[in-house]
Design a protein around this ligand. Structure first.
Ligand code: SAM
Length: 406
């Protein structure tokens, strides 16, 4: 070594060290090392960091409890399949202490209406009413078809607040149709808000995998149902659900397509009585919990940033697909006001300015009163309603806003 010059000796030492450490020559090692060992922050952590920053501002003191809900096991509801021979299932579920939350809300609405009518006859003045009674009367008076707007044909069982029992998997009847579909019960609220009427032509613009499509069919009212989703693999899942739950004669009124929903108005503009626009979003619960297919992955930053634009375009396509007088529901499973109210507000402006279409935002505040035993609602939305995850009622997030094309 003494015979070697200083630089040659250093090179030799580096190579010897590399040999001991098992690494290749430095010029190869350099790139490889950075490429394979650069620490990757998990997408779930990025999502939570993002949520902590933005939702703590939006939800204030509620955020810690909503965060805990997002990070704990989600609660499910069992949507009964009216097409299956499963008359025994409600009784089975009731024995387990589950109840049909839609039926309960329907009964509550009927009681209010009867109560309001009776009080209307008896009392001229409002003296002696409790705040709750006054609120109930106001609800019943401002929303006359309250109970009619809660389709009692859709039946969904949930366990009471604080009860985290799980439902058994669905079972087939003698013809192979499954008895119920397990889903986030809050996902039914946009469908209920749409209030499908007999013979309605319904468009479900982003339909896959198909939980809401199935619920729309459970009303028994769709005259025609167009179920579209851009993703071919996800529309396959939609087909599977239809085959597992819906008999052939009912499937015949459903047309499944895989188009870009943004182009829908060019295909069938102004033809639908009811339009559901259940857009792709940051799927907050999934993003906080699952690495797979997480939109907070660094690679998907651009896609995530473009979501509000895609959502706006889809909502605009939905508005153009609706007949004048038709009703639409816009929904997401995100808490983000940028993906919720802001998209709706922007769509109202664009519809008026570019298409001369006036849109009315329908009041759904009675949903809060009707479903407060089952879900936790946020009371601070500028437009629409938002179900917040909560440890005792861990459904949602689910944002929904009802619009009417004038
Ligand atoms: N409504 C569905 C249900 O209840 O099962 C869930 C819909 S999911 C929230 C949003 C869907 O939008 C995804 O299935 C996605 O493939 C679809 N999507 C995304 N971009 C779309 C586009 N440009 N046109 C139509 N569908 C799109």
């Amino acid at each position: 070594m003494a015979a070697l010059g200083g630089r040659a000796a250093a090179a030799l030492l580096r190579r010897a060290a590399a040999a001991i450490l098992g690494a290749g020559p430095r010029r190869h090692r350099h790139k490889e090392k950075w490429a394979t060992t650069a620490p990757r922050i998990p997408s779930t952590r990025l999502a939570l960091h993002h949520f902590d920053t933005s939702y703590s501002l939006h939800l204030g003191a509620l955020w810690p409890s909503v965060r805990a809900g997002l990070l704990c096991e989600q609660k499910y509801g069992a949507l009964l399949n009216n097409f299956a021979a499963a008359d025994h299932v409600p009784q089975q579920l009731e024995l387990l202490n589950a109840t049909d939350f839609i039926c309960e809300a329907h009964q509550k609405a009927q009681q209010w209406q009867r109560g309001a009518e009776a009080r209307g006859c008896q009392e001229g003045s409002g003296e002696g009413r409790t705040v709750m009674q006054a609120e109930m009367m106001a609800q019943a008076e401002v929303s006359p078809p309250l109970c009619a707007s809660i389709s009692s044909k859709i039946k969904c069982y949930t366990f009471p607040r604080g009860d985290i029992t799980r439902f058994r998997p669905a079972r087939p009847d003698s013809l192979g149709l499954l008895d119920y579909y397990l889903m986030d019960a809050a996902s039914l609220l946009p469908v209920l808000a749409l209030n499908v009427q007999p013979g309605d032509f319904v468009l479900d613009l982003c339909a896959a995998p198909g939980g809401k499509t199935l619920a729309l069919l459970q009303t028994g009212f769709c005259g025609y149902l167009a179920a579209n989703d851009i993703s071919i693999s996800r529309t396959k899942r939609l087909h599977d659900i239809l085959h597992s739950y819906v008999p052939k004669e009912v499937r015949d009124i459903v047309s499944v397509t895989s188009c870009d929903g943004r182009d829908w108005d060019q295909v069938k503009g102004g033809t639908f009585h009811k339009v559901l626009v259940d857009v792709p979003c940051t799927t907050d619960r999934h993003s906080a919990m699952e690495e797979h297919n997480n939109i907070f992955h660094k690679r998907r930053t651009k896609e995530r940033q473009m979501l509000p634009m895609l959502q706006l375009e889809l909502l605009m396509a939905g508005i153009l697909a609706a007949k004048p007088g038709a009703e639409l529901v816009y929904s997401t499973c995100s808490l983000s006001p940028l993906q919720n109210e802001c998209v709706v507000e922007r769509a109202l402006d664009v519809a008026e300015a570019q298409f001369n279409i006036r849109i009315h935002v329908e009041d759904l505040s009675h949903f809060r009163t009707l479903f407060q035993d089952t879900f936790s609602f946020f009371t601070g939305c500028r437009l629409g309603e938002l179900v917040l995850p909560h440890l005792t009622a861990n459904f949602g997030p689910m944002y929904f806003c009802k619009l009417r094309r004038m």
